[in-house]
Design a protein around this ligand. Structure first.
Ligand SMILES: *Cc1c(COP(=O)(O)O)cnc(C)c1O
Length: 431
């Protein structure tokens, strides 16, 4: 008996009348994998529940934030408690300093920071600050990296931009992106050439230290060190966008995993425990260029929102207190799922390249090693779409695009691993 999606289908029809594509963020529409997105009612731990009474094992974690699993008791309690004291003041609270102290404990490179309400804002603000601090106009980003949807960052971006196969976005004037240099990831020579062509004009290099928004792509050995050295030589800032990798691949993100000291870091996703929150921070000397101390303007009505601070504090407190148990466990669970399905695929004669770093991973439907966006794009996205639909039917919720990372949470059990492998046997058997 195929799963019923009757109620979700009716809700989707209604949604399409009000929201473009029926959604409030494009990849949620399932356009690149086919089928219609189930509408969810609630979730607990590693399981999602939809309007038609179906349940799914969650391998996308709300795109990353839900590292503790859904409705984690201390997070729910903290949000309830904060809500009872008012959802917003627009004035300072002690909770902001408490969350900042936890962030600094995890990220020693963050001497000063600002809270914002999304990863997009964090990256947009960090870039403005880098330009204001260095006086350079040009920025270097990498193909397939996603840094939110601000105009200058939508050049050869990952995530939905890659999913929908568009080079950038309509509505962005050429003048707005003429200072954005998009280079291939994992290619230091391209970066050296860009600096040689524009000495003293490049404000910063921004990257996902482990790409997640083109699917998971780790940095080649020496790549991050090389970027650190080149940026230092040229007086440009190195911005690590750890919106996805922060508190994910280690408590201290990719910068701890690879021992890289950036000038600025952007954070989001896990930092808000599921509520809208982001942050950017780094060297105090740079951060002091922000208003009201300096000339670089940045602001936000809901920045440091008390509910987001409460959820973030509860999440980070739990991660910090249980670091030694949680990270090895989620990494191990992820390896069992990622490699387990890779083995099943091999036995079924299905071509897969599996990339995993910590608890983020991707199955690319290609036999080419995936080291940058060009190689990620060799994936058979139609085959990924068939796999996605079959896994959903078997009760496993994957990210609905080849160019998005999958995630495992601390709530995933050994039985859940077995559940995924069984689903994959069914899904790949039908290929
Ligand atoms: C999700 C993400 C963003 C954007 O964050 P939003 O909260 O969706 O605006 C930026 N950078 C990276 C690396 C991300 O994964």
């Amino acid at each position: 008996m195929p799963l019923s999606h009757r109620r979700s289908h009716l809700l989707q029809e209604k949604a399409e009348a009000v929201f473009p594509g029926g959604v409030n963020s494009p990849v949620r529409a399932f356009r690149s994998v086919g089928g219609e997105p189930p509408f969810l009612t609630h979730a607990e731990g590693a399981w999602l529940y939809d309007e038609d009474g179906n349940r799914y094992l969650d391998l996308f974690g709300s795109w990353g934030p839900m590292i503790l699993g859904h409705a984690f008791p201390s997070v729910v309690e903290a949000i309830r408690d904060a809500a009872g004291r008012s959802a917003s003041f627009g004035a300072s609270t002690a909770a902001e300093a408490s969350l900042a102290a936890l962030v600094q404990k995890c990220f020693p490179s963050v001497e000063k920071l600002r809270f914002v309400s999304s990863g997009t804002e964090a990256c947009m603000s960090a870039i403005r600050l880098a330009r204001g601090f260095t006086g350079g106009d040009f920025i270097i980003k990498f193909e397939g990296c996603y840094h939110g949807h601000s105009d200058a960052m939508l050049v050869k971006a990952g995530s939905g931009v890659a999913t929908l196969g568009i080079p950038g976005s309509a509505g962005v004037p050429a003048e707005t992106v003429m200072h954005t240099l998009a280079l291939p990831f994992n290619d230091l020579d391209a970066v050296r050439a860009a600096f040689a062509a524009r000495p003293d004009q490049i404000a910063c290099v921004i990257l996902e230290p482990i790409v997640g928004n083109a699917g998971t792509i780790p940095p080649a050995p020496g790549y991050l060190e090389g970027l650190r050295e080149i940026t230092r030589q040229h007086g440009a800032l190195l911005i690590l966008d750890e919106v996805m990798t922060g508190f994910r691949v280690t408590l201290g993100g990719a910068q701890r995993l690879y021992n890289i000291q950036p000038d600025l870091t952007t954070l989001g996703k896990i930092i808000g425990g599921g509520l809208p929150c982001g942050a950017f921070g780094g060297r105090a000397e740079i951060m002091n260029h922000l208003a009201p101390l300096g000339p670089v303007y940045q602001a936000g009505t809901l920045s440091g929102n008390p509910l987001a601070m409460a959820a973030g504090i509860a999440t980070l407190e739990h991660l910090i207190a249980n670091e030694k148990a949680i990270y090895p466990q989620i990494n191990q669970t992820t390896a069992e799922i990622a490699e387990g399905v890779a083995t099943i695929a091999r036995e079924a004669g299905v071509t897969l390249t599996t990339n995993q770093v910590g608890s983020m991973f991707t199955w690319f439907f290609t036999n080419t090693p995936v080291t940058d966006f060009a190689t990620a794009a060799t994936s058979d996205t139609a085959a990924f779409g068939r796999f996605h639909r079959a896994m959903l039917e078997a009760g496993v919720w994957l990210p609905p695009s080849q160019f998005e990372a999958a995630f495992v949470s601390a709530a995933h059990t050994p039985q859940d691993v077995a559940f995924v492998l069984n689903a994959a046997r069914t899904a790949l058997g039908h290929d």
